[in-house]
Design a binder for this molecule. Structure first.
Ligand code: ZN
Length: 80
């Protein structure tokens, strides 16, 4: 298994990421987008720097986990 050391890289919307957070059944590759829910948008308007992501299936419409912490995803080298 490859270990990536690019986790300090900024994740931009649409980046391919590897999810390794608390939802084990969702571990794997996803596209990361800013979490679109009202909770996260409200936090953003308050200026809370705790940016959360929503994950979407890059090959379909499968919904992934929401409110994903930055620490739970790693930018994939495959998107370079
Ligand atoms: Zn959210």
């Amino acid at each position: 298994m490859d270990t990536l050391f690019r986790s300090i890289d900024l994740i931009e919307p649409g980046d391919l990421v590897l999810y390794h957070g608390s939802i084990e059944s969702s571990h794997g590759l996803w596209l990361a987008i800013p979490c679109p829910c009202v909770i996260c948008q409200a936090l953003d308007e308050f200026g809370v720097p705790d940016l959360r992501f929503a994950l979407v299936d890059p090959w379909g419409e499968l919904p992934g986990p929401f409110h994903v912490r930055r620490a739970s995803i790693t930018r994939s080298a495959a998107c370079a």
